[in-house]
Ligand binder design. Structure first.
Ligand code: PMP
Length: 368
């Protein structure tokens, strides 16, 4: 049977080794006669699962001891509310750098709660690009600067960490790394807080991983109404070791398995090398083609989510359906933008990228 490759943006492809392990442990977790789904979150077995997952993440990302790792509910979207709720005093301002759908969504949500300086950093003309940092109207004293490293929908990457210490490090950086975490090396100490939903590179939906500098958790919630529900209070979540309530146990278990796999594959350095190679060959094919076109400035093209259009729009549906009959799934772009999107998360194997490149070449030869 021909192998199926899934390029969807999330929930996304999982390593086969991980799926097989889940299958085996679903009915009988390590000889206990219980499913992993049935384990109590307060049992020693689950504590082990949680501690192992945290330690692996610390090792793979090089997370310093003065940072906490929180395993929370609510996806990245809950973080959009938690950030201003926890880190803004009345009258303070936070800078939100907008480069696409997700950073804009974070900004809009924060505006409902606090005083926000929206920085429109995207030049959304025929070729999408990001304005140089020097042109961003930063606040004099922002409580924090929020940005999204990789815009999953448009395939625009805002790779600013560590780039401009003068204008950014003055303030605390908060970053949405939902679609880029563990695909590239990250200098955690450059950040106040990093967050990522799990369903792309960390496993399955239902979990958001937060890496936060412990110093930031010293104070109680500071929002305008001086109130935040306990599940939305970082300090309480930290003190309760992410067990303010029952955590998403299955997603945490899968996180551990994905991180085990990632370590065995060579860690972040290897993932980065693979991702660079895969995205380079895909962009090369697109740039040399008369049929496919990518509209992102080469300086900020994503190496994780690669979007392109088919110049002859009539061929779009045919491209998608022929791809599907060739077992290449999940290529339809997000509803809001259309086009084709290839998500090259860590679990995509080289054979999948080869199969896609081959299909795109053949499609152009027979339809171009
Ligand atoms: N940020 C980014 C960059 C995303 O890609 C997504 C989901 N695609 C989100 C935030 C929202 O994640 P969730 O739906 O898990 O809240």
């Amino acid at each position: 049977m021909q192998e199926t490759f899934y390029f969807g943006a999330g929930p996304a492809t999982l390593p086969k080794v991980v799926l097989n392990k889940i299958k085996n442990e679903l009915i009988d977790y390590r000889g206990m006669g219980l499913s992993v789904l049935e384990l109590s979150h307060r049992s020693n077995e689950f504590m082990d699962v949680m501690i192992r997952a945290e330690n692996l993440l610390r090792e793979l990302m090089g997370i310093p001891d003065d940072y906490a790792v929180l395993l929370l509910h609510g996806g990245a979207t809950a973080q959009y509310s938690m950030l201003p709720m926890n880190f803004m005093h009345l009258g303070e301002v936070a800078d939100y750098v907008c480069t696409g759908h997700w950073s804009q969504k974070a900004c809009n949500e924060a505006k409902r709660i606090s005083n926000i300086n929206q920085i429109d950093a995207l030049v959304d003309s025929k070729l999408k690009s990001i304005k140089p940092i020097a042109q961003w109207p930063m606040s004099e004293r922002a409580s924090y600067v929020h940005y999204c490293e990789n815009e999953t929908i448009s395939g625009v990457m805002n790779d600013i960490a560590g780039m401009d210490a003068v204008s950014l490090k003055a303030s605390t950086l908060f970053c949405d790394m939902t679609s880029s975490i563990l695909t590239r090396p990250t200098e955690v100490k450059d950040f106040g807080l990093i967050y990522a939903s799990a369903q792309k590179n960390l496993g399955v939906a239902g979990l958001c991983v937060v890496v936060v500098k412990k110093d930031l958790l010293k104070n109680d919630v500071k929002n305008t109404s001086n109130f935040s529900p306990m599940v939305f209070d970082y300090k309480k979540c930290f003190e309760a070791k992410s067990l303010v309530n029952t955590p998403p146990t299955f997603a945490i278990y899968v996180l551990g398995l994905v991180l085990d796999w990632l370590k065995a594959e060579g860690g972040v350095t290897e993932m980065y090398a693979r991702g660079q190679q895969y995205s380079k060959s895909l962009y090369e094919l697109i740039d040399m083609s008369a049929l496919y076109v990518n509209n992102v400035d080469a300086r900020c093209r994503s190496d994780v989510n690669i979007s392109f259009d088919i110049k002859d729009v009539i061929l779009y549906e045919k491209f998608i359906s022929l791809a599907e009959s060739n077992h290449l799934l999940g290529l339809r772009g997000h509803n809001s933008v259309g086009g084709v999107r290839v998500s090259l998360y860590n679990a995509i194997p080289a054979s999948g990228v080869e199969a896609l490149l081959g299909f795109m070449r053949d499609f152009e030869l027979s339809h171009g």
